[in-house]
Design a protein around this ligand. Structure first.
Ligand SMILES: *Cc1c(COP(=O)(O)O)cnc(C)c1O
Length: 414
């Protein structure tokens, strides 16, 4: 059911790629999003959620209006981290609850959030609690908050991108939690609704994520007991962080995680309302970055495909320090199947930037691509375009194309 299969592309994406190349005067670079696949994926995610567990989407993974419009009917809400992201959520035609996390929140953003009925603020420091209380008082509002905790985690629960269990700017150290709880309770315009932990990103191993959730749930009662009035303390936001496997077809086992959590919650009599807020795992699979080959070069024993676009449009492989998968789409099929089924070549795939760091993948074996052919990089729907330094070298921005063609066939390339 995971919509992405190694070396397979939806036929509509292939057709779109060829149509774009045909229509544009210059060779193309573009992001193509399959909204139908996104909708099926979010429905699939929701279908495994245990009773009472909620799914929010962390929009920083991809906050393009079409993506939010597609997700809005299916998610319980949006998680945002800036004033600009509040605006994206407000612009969406389906209004959804939104929650506000992140370090260094501006007063102006907090005002903006409160005047637009933010559901919860995830407070990240003692000073932020004080500031928020003053702003809520000025607006004559009682604001629900979750305290974001940076817990003391054992090593075996960490990943390569840890936001907790280590010195970080995120959340309030667990040792200071009693103080934070007391401060919220003394703040007349704040209501403590529970706790938030977003401890890591890139978790590929479901067993570890299960252990992490178990560990949070083991802690829940002792955290809650820090409050003198526990009635309103009902929510445990467990963040996101489910990883996407960019290099192999096996993906994070979401059904197992949900099954495990469901069994655990059924045993706990005083369980909280659990809320997930993934980003990457929601939108990564629906996006494709398309690059057209501009030049084929041989240098000091290595073959290069120089392509339209580059890491200034799709920084993800550079940010992750990985070789992104690349699928070759010949421009035209000949009468007897795909063209260019000739010699295999081992290539380094680069973009147009004047820096040796503009590499999207090394050691990619393709069937002799030629100038004008298309290369498609899948899994580009999260932390793709929006984390990229698109103005570097003043190249035009890539095209962004949204397909919503109903069930798509896939066909194998290469
Ligand atoms: C980025 C972020 C998320 C989403 O993380 P993913 O790794 O994309 O799932 C969730 N919560 C918070 C607070 C975040 O900053």
């Amino acid at each position: 059911m995971m919509p992405w299969l190694m070396n397979r592309l939806p036929a509509a994406v292939v057709d779109q790629a060829r149509a774009l190349a045909d229509a544009q005067p210059d060779p193309v670079s573009a992001f193509v999003y399959d909204l139908h696949a996104l909708r099926s994926h979010v429905q699939w995610l929701k279908s495994f959620l245990p009773q009472g567990v909620e799914l929010y989407y962390a929009i920083k993974a991809n906050s393009e209006p079409e993506i939010l419009e597609t997700l809005a009917p299916w998610v319980d809400g949006f998680e945002i981290s800036s004033g600009g992201e509040i605006q994206r959520v407000l612009n969406c035609s389906t209004r959804r609850n939104f929650i506000f996390s992140g370090p260094g929140k501006l007063d102006s953003d907090l005002y903006h959030a409160l005047t637009h009925q933010v559901e919860m603020i995830h407070v990240e420091s003692l000073d932020e609690i004080r500031r928020l209380n003053m702003i809520a008082a000025r607006l004559n509002r009682r604001q629900a908050v979750l305290i974001r905790i940076n817990p003391v985690l054992s090593d075996h629960l960490a990943t390569k991108l840890s936001m907790a269990g280590a010195p970080t700017p995120f959340g309030i150290d667990e040792q200071q939690l009693a103080q934070a709880v007391a401060l919220v309770e003394q703040s007349e315009n704040l209501v403590l609704s529970g706790f938030h932990i977003h401890a890591m990103s890139h978790q590929l191993q479901v067993e570890r994520h299960q252990q992490l959730l178990d560990w949070y749930l083991d802690k829940w009662l002792s955290w809650k007991a820090l409050a003198s009035n526990t009635q309103s303390v009902r929510y445990l936001n467990v963040g996101g962080g489910m990883g996407v496997n960019y290099l192999r077809p096996e993906q994070f086992d979401w059904p197992s995680l949900c099954r495990h959590l469901g069994e655990r919650l059924a045993r706990d009599r005083q369980a909280p309302i659990v809320r997930f807020e993934p980003g990457r795992f929601v939108t990564a699979f629906c996006g494709y970055y398309l690059m057209q080959v501009l030049d084929m070069k041989h240098s000091h024993g290595q073959d290069f495909a120089v392509c339209r676009g580059g890491t200034h449009q799709f920084r993800l492989p550079a940010a992750q320090a990985h070789d992104h998968p690349v699928i070759h789409v010949p421009r035209r099929r000949t009468a007897d199947g795909p063209s260019n089924v000739g010699t295999k070549r081992r290539l380094t795939i680069v973009g147009q930037l004047c820096t040796p760091k503009d590499v999207l993948a090394r050691d990619v074996v393709l069937s002799d691509p030629v100038v004008d052919d298309l290369l498609v990089l899948p899994l580009a729907g999260a932390y793709g375009y929006n984390i990229s330094h698109a103005d570097f070298l003043c190249h035009p921005r890539p095209l962004q194309v949204y397909l919503d063609a109903g069930p798509l066939n896939t066909h194998a390339m290469e």
